[in-house]
Write a protein that binds this ligand. Sequence first.
Ligand SMILES: *Cc1c(COP(=O)(O)O)cnc(C)c1O
Length: 494
Amino acid sequence: MKYTSTRDKTISILPSQAIIQGISKDGGLFVPKTIPKIDNLMELTEMDYRELAYLIMSKFFTDLEPSLLREAINEAYGEKFSHREIVNLVKVKDRYILELFHGPTYAFKDMALSILPHLLRIALKTNNVNKEVVILTATSGDTGKAALEGFADVEGIKIVVFFPEKGVSQIQKLQMITQEGENTFVVGIEGNFDDAQTGVKTIFNDIKFKEIMDKHGYILSSANSINVGRLIPQIVYYFYGYLNLLKQGEIGEGEKINIVVPTGNFGNILAAYYGKMMGLPVNRLICASNENNVLSDFFNRGVYDRRRELILTSSPSMDILISSNLERLLFYILNEDDGAVKDKMEGLSKNGFYRIENINLDDFYGDYSREEEVTNTIKDVFNHDGYLMDPHTAVAYSVYDKYRLRTKDDTKTIIAATASPFKFGKKVADSIGLNTYEKDEFQILKELEDRTGIKVPEGIASLREKKVKHNNYCRKEDMKKILCKFLKVGEAFD
Ligand SMILES: *Cc1c(COP(=O)(O)O)cnc(C)c1O
């Protein structure tokens, strides 16, 4: 298996190299040159999560030593997850909620970030790289903590996380700034997630800066969802969810399902699209946005237009106007025309938008929900069905409700649940009618626990006692500078 770039198909590199590099030097994203197929799903229903993960990942990461890959999977998807089956499928009314938040940081990012450090370690070994790796990560809240947790104290790796100081929830922030581990660095930046992400991309694309780093024995890599080491592990749970329904007899062999995904950077839903290309019977992928509805506009009008103000919502991990992973979908729908992808992406960066014409986007359905709809959805689903959702999941649920009303499509449907409601306690508590006025976050969580009978997860409750370890703040222009400070690189640069 080789990987190429969405912007330059002459590039051809091994899976391990794609994991190490993170992003292609032409600015494009790595994509596998062929899509492996998985058939005979009926025969896979007895597999546990790890076996299935191995089956899928081994098809994409062909140059990683099989025994090491297996070990990595066992290590990643083990006791760190509070659910024995790693993910949990809950039926609410006639829909199936696929809970992806039972990992160490209570968001779906753990599904991939618990294995990425292992993949990177093996990839470095495979390529005899002896440099120290510096993971640069921009986060809208959940990636940062999941990456810190995954990479903390991993030898030969340093991790630097940039988060928008004012764009994450109180719990998300506490989770990050209390992170332990000598190799971890956390910085709040002035600006929003797109600023953080653009800043990180700029660093990656700065050849001179990379040379300086190289001279000091550092190699830069990314833990953002553009890395194939994150994308591929995310395919696994869609198959797992489907196989679970098959096993329980909820669906028949070959029966198609819809998948609804609360979307930000387009990584999670893209993994479902890969699943479909690999043979997972999928009818429609429903892309749910919050009020930052660039993607919803894209699927409805064929125009991707980021020329608008970013709105801070109660689903901060989706407060994004530049959905990086959409570039990979573009690559496929433009018939793998690398020149055309390059044109569109350059258009986006120069003009703030691009348009696609005469392209069939029927695999997808895009819509968005407003804050008030999110609030009502959390309330109604809790009151009527006793199921408590976080605001991201509620965006998906609400968009699906509207989809059902509009299309009357009663295809069986999986909704991806991406975070624990306790990560966004205030919003959830407000939505179900608790009085949160002038109460501190932990008091709110306790009341939420009392009202719902669902225990506050240990890792969140314990944040209260944790020491703040990181107290860094910088302007987006100064990200390089602060990085150099962390790495004790003293060279002048602009
Ligand atoms: C990151 C995140 C999302 C968005 O996922 P993408 O892969 O960026 O589309 C949705 N919900 C939660 C809770 C997240 O952390």
